[in-house]
Design a protein around this ligand. Structure first.
Ligand SMILES: [Zn+2]
Length: 247
């Protein structure tokens, strides 16, 4: 059985700028606090905290298959998506404005967590993620569930014209951009993610909504607060007991 969740700032033990549910220690919070926060979050989802995989994200489109890896708190490899087919394994991405997107095959055989900042989204990380899950679960995109988590919304996502041009050059429709009163473009990352998923054949697309920048009580936002700052964690996993790899 597949379980997934998107963390918020609420319910953790971190203090100061990391208040209170920070999910990564790379910006200065203590390992102990982060470990406790992750344990509470994963346990609440009935997922084993010891089976969590996270990678160093680099705004690319490469996806790591973690099936042959040994679970640990952090994998020191650079990818922007993770996929697994193994019970007891949970894959996660950390964000603070970028979009987390979670995918699951309806047959429960494969899941993926994707980090979609504007660069990765424009370059096709969601399409790569869909291919990764479908190939492992032997299913079609129409047999997937997708959940688009909290990110910076179009109210606050002011961008340069070159960002708009990059999206348009990659086939994203123009209506996802509008000009603010200052004349600068704003982009709708969530809308584009949902559009990308639907275009690729995913039927079941849920959007959490909200805005990480606007909702300071609930979410961390790099644009609003800079670094150091906390990070949100979005996870998806296949419940069950981990077995030794049989491949
Ligand atoms: Zn906003």
């Amino acid at each position: 059985m597949v379980a997934h969740g998107f963390s918020t700032r609420l319910g953790g033990v971190s203090s100061g700028v990391f208040h209170a549910n920070n999910m990564h220690d790379k910006k200065g919070d203590s390992k102990e606090n982060v470990t406790e926060n992750r344990q509470r979050f994963l346990t609440a989802l009935d997922l084993d905290p010891e089976g969590l995989f996270i990678v160093e994200q680099v705004h690319g489109i490469d996806i790591l298959d973690v099936d042959e890896l040994v679970p640990g708190q952090t994998v020191e490899l650079e990818y922007d998506g993770l996929v697994t087919t193994r019970p007891g394994f949970t894959v996660g991405v950390t964000t603070a404005d970028c979009l987390p997107v979670l995918l699951a095959a309806r047959n429960g055989r494969a899941v993926a967590a994707l980090h979609a900042g504007w660069r990765g989204l424009a370059a096709g990380i969601l399409t790569r993620g869909i291919e990764a899950v479908c190939s492992r679960a032997s299913c079609d995109p129409g047999d997937l569930w997708a959940a688009v988590g909290p990110g910076i919304a179009s109210c606050c996502f002011e961008i340069g014209h070159e960002v708009v041009e990059t999206f348009l050059a990659n086939g994203f429709p123009e209506p996802f951009f509008h000009a603010s009163t200052s004349g600068r473009p704003h982009g709708d990352l969530t809308g584009m993610a949902a559009w990308n998923l639907t275009r690729d054949g995913v039927v079941q697309v849920r959007q959490l909504g909200g805005c990480t920048f606007c909702e300071s009580e609930k979410y961390y936002s790099f644009r609003r607060d800079g670094w150091p700052n906390g990070l949100l964690l979005s996870v998806i996993g296949i419940r069950g007991t981990r077995q030794e790899s049989t491949r």
